[in-house]
Design a protein around this ligand. Structure first.
Ligand SMILES: Nc1ncnc2c1ncn2[C@@H]1O[C@H](COP(=O)(O)OP(=O)(O)OP(=O)(O)O)[C@@H](O)[C@H]1O
Length: 560
């Protein structure tokens, strides 16, 4: 992580496992603080110490682990937590603490580095929220007429107590607008507490919002504050309000009407001194017609609606947004990148269905592929070049949406990467491949050994290895159907829209469960990639409900 030494909290009562995890963390030259995985943890935590993340086993006695998570939630509510598991994905969802995902043991370098990166980014955001003195808003970039209108509305509504409903497609910047309202209001020195109502299972949402008393339900081993309490005096941001279940809508409406609430399992009424800002990408009026959203709640929230326009309606904002996104990458010490005028012009012609989030993903990727270099048109994802009518050279059209050939494909096609960028491309491809490999549920060695390719269906292999395995052509390694069939001699299963190729049965067969799980994971990653990180679109591509996909993302620890 670029020489940055951080403190990692390892909470585990199993000495052997804790030693192994500690060794892996120390190998990466980070510091370790050990502690118990139960309520005793309260004695160990030092409030002024800056931990980067906590690791806690998902196996073992659930109640003890839950007690440790409760302590973390009470004392360090923003500390990112990863569960560590020896037996595949953690089952069940632990309430409390800031659990970002599960890491498989043995802990591998790429897997841990990815988790640490996620944790550090979250810590930076938390720090930014905390350090913002008396209402310094996060930057809302955009000089287009529609964004000027949004900025005016923010100014008008900020210093009132009115509920605000922010409407707009996914990734347009609704949360940024909500933060701007909060940090320009008289509540700016009190918390801004976001909650994604669509991502939290219905039965947990009530306790997330209003808190619970000890023993209110199985697993509630201690009392806990909800987001309404945490936001006291400040603002609660109810994101994806359109995904809230009808019974929960009734409860929320009551709180908004009476301005009071009770923790689950308590009859002590508390005042809800909280400003409410809600957001949705849904057409709530249509949801009302479909009996999916309560009209009375809609009117209660929709006191002051703000519509954030999609990026395609304001292409003139693209250059300033890119500037802002690069500034963030630089500030987080993740490198830098520049854009040629022709690349900027090309980017401005694309429709950006995933809006600013999609733009941010593209900028992030280019900052790796063209690190400290100037992005040219040829570096842009194929879909963007095509949208601008730029002829696409097949040699630069390999990676889905990436626009850069893998080293293996480069070799196969005799194309050399540009000077300097070749190494960055190789590094990015290797990182991508190792991350995918790390996420595989099969237990593997702690070192960076290549995965056992024979155990993985050929369909999945392209992402597992940057170099084609012995006996497979580059085309086969990159998923070319002819190569697969030639190499494996097994008939592919072909359905309209997809093909799954076979297994080399002579090499000991396949672990069906692991392969299916891997296949599911890979399809989700591909769909997300194709949908530019827009979960709702990826869910549609996979014929899943959005909430189901959100749960699977959490299960497989796939970053959006
Ligand atoms: N005008 C803007 N200025 C600066 N950054 C922006 C702007 N709009 C969006 N972003 C950035 O784009 C990303 C997505 O924005 P945000 O999360 O606010 O979108 P959203 O509309 O709330 O998405 P969703 O509906 O999926 O929750 C964030 O990284 C955000 O900082």
């Amino acid at each position: 992580m670029g020489g940055c030494v951080v403190q990692v909290l390892i909470l585990d009562d199993d000495g052997r496992r804790a030693n192994a995890v500690e060794a892996a963390v120390r190998f990466l030259e980070h510091e370790v603080v050990r502690g118990p995985a139960d309520g005793e943890l309260a004695e160990v935590l030092e409030p002024n110490r800056h931990y980067a993340l906590a690791l806690i086993p998902s196996e073992g006695e659930r109640e003890r682990r839950q007690a440790a998570l409760e302590v973390l939630w009470q004392q360090l509510p923003e500390l990112p937590v990863f569960l560590i598991s020896e037996q595949g994905q953690a089952r069940g969802l632990d309430a409390g603490a800031n659990v970002l995902g599960t890491l498989q043991l043995p802990l591998r370098q790429a897997q841990f580095s990815a988790a640490l990166k996620q944790a550090l980014a979250q810590n930076a955001r938390s720090r930014e929220r905390r350090d913002r003195p008396g209402g310094r808003a996060p930057r809302l970039v955009g000089q287009s007429r529609p964004m000027q209108q949004v900025s005016r509305m923010i100014e008008q509504v900020a210093d009132t107590e009115a509920s605000v409903l922010i409407l707009g497609e996914s990734g347009t910047g609704k949360e940024v607008v909500a933060q701007n309202i909060h940090y320009r209001s008289g509540r700016a020195d009190k918390p801004f507490v976001p909650i994604n109502c669509g991502a939290i299972p219905g039965d947990l949402l009530e306790s997330e919002l209003f808190g619970h008393e000890k023993g209110a339900f199985t697993g509630a081993i201690s009392a806990r504050q909800g987001r309404f309490e945490l936001a006291k005096g400040g603002t609660i941001f109810l994101d994806e309000i359109g995904d809230m279940s009808m019974p929960m809508q009734v409860k929320l409406l009551r709180v908004l009407q009476e301005r009071t609430f009770e923790r689950v399992g308590s009859n002590r009424t508390q005042e809800a001194d909280v400003r409410v800002i809600a957001a949705t990408h849904r057409d709530l009026e249509e949801s009302i017609r479909n009996n999916e959203f309560r009209e009375d709640l809609f009117y209660r929230l929709n006191v002051f609606p703000i519509e954030v326009p999609p990026l395609r309606a304001r292409p003139s904002d693209i250059p300033v947004l890119i500037e802002e996104l690069v500034r963030r990458i630089e500030e987080e010490g993740r490198g830098s990148v520049r854009f040629s005028a022709s690349a900027l012009s090309c980017l401005s012609q694309y429709a950006w269905p995933g809006n600013v989030r999609e733009l941010a993903n593209v900028v992030e990727r280019l900052a790796i592929l063209c690190a400290y270099d100037a992005v040219q048109v040829d570096d842009l994802p194929v879909r963007i070049r095509e949208a601008a009518g730029v002829p696409v050279d097949p040699a630069t059209a390999y990676l889905p949406g990436g626009g850069k050939p893998t080293p293996a494909a480069s070799a196969a096609h005799g194309t050399a990467g540009r000077d300097g960028a070749g190494a960055a491309v190789a590094a990015a491809c290797a990182a991508e491949a190792s991350l995918v490999a790390e996420a595989a549920p099969a237990a593997g060695p702690a070192t960076e050994d290549p995965p056992d390719l024979a155990a993985i269906p050929a369909f999945l292999r392209a992402a597992e290895a940057a170099e084609p395995p012995a006996g497979l052509s580059a085309e086969a390694a990159n998923g070319g159907p002819a190569g697969d069939e030639a190499a494996l001699g097994t008939a592919p299963v072909t359905e309209p829209g997809y093909t799954v190729t076979g297994v080399d049965w002579d090499k000991g067969g396949v672990d069906l469960k692991a392969a299916l799980s891997r296949l599911e994971q890979r399809l989700i990653e591909d769909a997300l990639e194709h949908a530019d990180g827009v979960v709702a679109r990826a869910a549609k591509l996979l014929s899943l409900r959005r909430t189901t996909l959100v749960e699977k993302l959490r299960k497989y620890d796939i970053a959006r």
